[in-house]
Design a protein around this ligand. Sequence first.
Ligand code: SF4
Length: 352
Amino acid sequence: MGWLSERVIDWQRLHGRQDLAWQRTRDPYRIWVSEIMLQQTQVSAVIPFYLAFLERFPDVRALAAASQEQVLAAWSGLGYYTRARNLHACAQRIVNDFGACFPQTAELLEQLPGIGRSTAAAIAAFAFGERAAILDGNVKRVFCRFFGVEGYPDSAPVLRGLWRLAEQELPEIGIEGYTQGLMDLGATLCTRQKPDCAVCPITERCVARLNGRTAELPMPRPRRALPSRSTVMLVLMRGDEVLLQRRPSPGIWGGLWCLPQVDGGLIGEPDLAGFGLRMHAVTELEPFEHVFTHFRLMIRPLLLDVSLFDHVAETDGQLWLELSEIDSAALPRPVKTLLQRVRAQRSMAVKT
Ligand code: SF4
């Protein structure tokens, strides 16, 4: 066995994480759900969502049979909703094309929606013991430091080199402990800020540590200013109900319930005739910013008290929701936060 893998496996056995909610199982469904949740979210934040999600959807058939609305609602609060839509689509593929049995190799798993190369390898290693290499964000950081890899790790040539290293270091036996060990090392010792090199099992040969370069590696993404967009969000209140519209999918917040938006800005008052609404009062709320991966969205919320014209029926993709029900609805986080603020202000106004 190689020097690196031997130390990582031994360290994992003694000091790694052993009792996470998704460990000690070979059930590919449970492993898959945890791996998808962990892609952009920290372990401590994932645990309560993971347990509630499994209670709601105990197996792949239950998940495949649910509506997208139900899956998004169970995901609400975890962010990065494409993961939830892919999870749902993937469950349906597994049920329809594989008779509800997960494919057993990383190569086949990688063909499914939302399962990239590293996630496929992790599922194959933990569920089926396949000797497959992972390379998630934490592992990239460990390898960049340990091998002294220069350049931004997600640029194509650097990434190719990292995959080569990941495959080259795979142990002949003990893939589960090695895979878990790399994940644990990256999450608990070789952290972004202040890696704990003094107790690291691979410190002796770590290039970044030996050369005093742990703060420099991995190298950051070359700087690029995020473009900025603006939108007006209309909080249309009819009594205690707010009007929500389902966003088209695919797209930003696709499939989620959102407030009607006027992208780019608004001159004068909004035209509400298209919604079949009559406006009674307008209040400017405090603007705020939401940062997406590729741009910043400057949000200017307007609170409008409205009433409905008698002759206009509710249409598909529109919903009047009581403010008291927003906590469990499938809303993007900034919309939920904004509506919670509106609800708090209204209940203060009633009391005074
Ligand atoms: S010695 Fe430090 S920098 Fe190197 S892998 Fe271990 S924790 Fe990371």
